[in-house]
Design a protein around this ligand. Structure first.
Ligand code: URP
Ligand code: ZN
Ligand code: ZN
Length: 457
């Protein structure tokens, strides 16, 4: 089956031009003016923009966390992602304490296999570093196609590692060309503040926010940057929220160090007033918390300056009944919020339409850079002959409103309820198949496949 997309305007990270795209099988076979090829389906994309399929570098699907499971699994999560123009996600397989990296990978592959609509891969979160795990890092990179490893500097007693373990992981990952990612907040500073607030009976979501001030992220980000400098490993800070942390990365450029940075729509668009709404604020209890207007401005500027390379969602939804576990104690609220489906439309509407970033930059941070950094380029992340036909056909003028009533997440609220956006995903192709069209899904559950990744560019 072949598909010809005619009359659309193609936007890549570097170009913007009118051309037709001819697809045969899973890949793009030709791009050119007035193509007359094949006898298959013709899609008229007049008046539409054509982007490479979005890749979300940071999601948590079906993850056991803080006494619950994130409510989107690989079926509902990747399906919602496709509706929003994201054709691939990179999820986190979390090593359990005492367990192996292989166990983590197999467990998460088992959760996704046969269920995912969209393509997927995993980062592995190393939570318990020892000699056995050291050997596994090589195998993960060389045999399993897992080339990025997440570390936590917070969540003490559950996920957090210390600096010596961090150095060990960095040295080992560096040997094989992989990348070390980090949740960079200082777990001890946070625990001190959490205990202080609890002892004063300050237990509402507002105190979640006050327990993780900017300095907890600035300190850990700076420490991570220094450890990465010492070990010379490729490094990446996930879900960055604030000016102090980004300035640590900016400072590192003065000694010619490059640290890659991801931020998320919630940190670009929301502010800490969301924590002043009683227990309703639990919807936005995530770590790190949402910050201030000045931080949003720093992050937008950071994208424009090339200091922030990717925008992921950290999609980690919990049903309201799970959030309610923390009704009388914010430390029991499962951390995380939904967002996967809305990343592309929010970034287009708030970024491109409001002239904060160019259209090319939008494609770069939502797709191309993710593919490059995580070893998927040029199979994914661009529109080019030979690349996978992962394509979003987008109406830049259509206005709509985000709501839990209409979203495809398995979550009974939205973090963006009532947000008006301009621009809508109309048709999505995944590896040459029409996956979304006419507000319906056209591929079968299980079509999504696991991709082994190469080393970061
Ligand atoms: O609150 C969050 N971010 N939940 C997901 C786990 C993490 O820290 O990324
Ligand atoms: Zn995190
Ligand atoms: Zn996360």
């Amino acid at each position: 089956m072949s598909i010809l997309i005619k009359n659309g305007k193609i936007i890549t990270a570097s170009d913007e031009y009118f051309a037709d795209i001819f697809i045969e099988g899973e890949t793009i076979k030709a791009i050119g003016q007035n193509l007359e090829v094949g006898t298959g389906r013709v899609i008229d994309a007049s008046g539409k923009l054509i982007f490479p399929g979005g890749i979300d570098p940071h999601v948590h699907l079906d993850m056991p966390f803080m006494g619950a499971f994130s409510s989107d699994d690989h079926e509902t999560g990747t399906r919602a992602a496709l509706f929003g123009g994201t054709t691939m996600v990179i999820d986190y397989a979390i090593q359990s304490r005492g367990g192996s990296l292989h166990d983590a990978l197999e467990t998460w592959k088992g959760r996704a296999h046969g269920k995912a609509y969209g393509d997927y891969s995993f980062h592995i979160a190393v939570t318990d570093y020892n000699d056995r795990v050291k050997d596994e890092l090589k195998e993960m990179i060389e045999k399993e196609g897992i080339t990025s490893f997440k570390t936590f500097m917070a969540y003490k007693g559950a996920l957090m590692i210390d600096d010596l373990q961090m150095i060990g992981i960095m040295n080992e990952v560096k040997k094989y060309g992989g990348l070390v990612a980090v949740h960079a907040t200082n777990g001890d500073m946070i625990d001190y503040l959490v205990n202080k607030h609890k002892s004063e009976n300050k237990l509402t979501p507002w105190y979640h926010y006050l327990s993780q001030p900017e300095i907890t992220e600035t300190e850990a980000s700076g420490r991570f940057v220094d450890l990465a400098f010492m070990t010379d490993v490729k490094s990446y800070i996930v879900h960055m929220t604030c000016e102090g942390a980004l300035n640590k990365v900016r400072d590192a450029t003065k000694r010619n160090q490059k640290v890659l940075v991801e931020t998320c729509p919630q940190y670009l668009l929301l502010d800490a007033s969301v924590y002043q709404d009683g227990f309703n604020s639990a919807k936005w209890v995530m770590s790190p918390p949402i910050r201030e207007k000045k931080d949003r401005e720093t992050l937008w500027a950071g994208i424009d300056q090339g200091l922030v390379q990717t925008v992921g969602t950290d999609h980690c939804p919990f049903m309201w009944r799970d959030k309610l576990k923390g009704e009388h104690d914010f430390t029991l609220i499962p951390n995380g919020a939904p967002g996967l489906e809305h990343r592309i439309e929010l970034m287009f509407s708030e970024g491109v339409k409001k002239e904060r970033i160019s259209m090319n930059k939008f494609v770069e941070v939502t797709s191309t850079n993710v593919a490059k950094i995580f070893g998927l380029f040029p199979q994914k992340g661009t529109i080019a002959v030979g690349s996978d036909a992962d394509i979003v056909i987008f109406d830049p003028g259509e206005e709509h409103t985000i709501s839990a009533k209409t979203h495809h997440h398995r979550c009974d609220y939205s973090a963006y309820e009532g947000w008006k956006v301009t621009g809508k995903v109309k048709t999505v192709l995944l590896r040459g198949e029409v996956a979304i069209d006419d507000d319906k899904v056209w591929i079968e559950k299980g079509y999504g496949k696991f991709l082994k990744r190469g080393t970061p560019l």
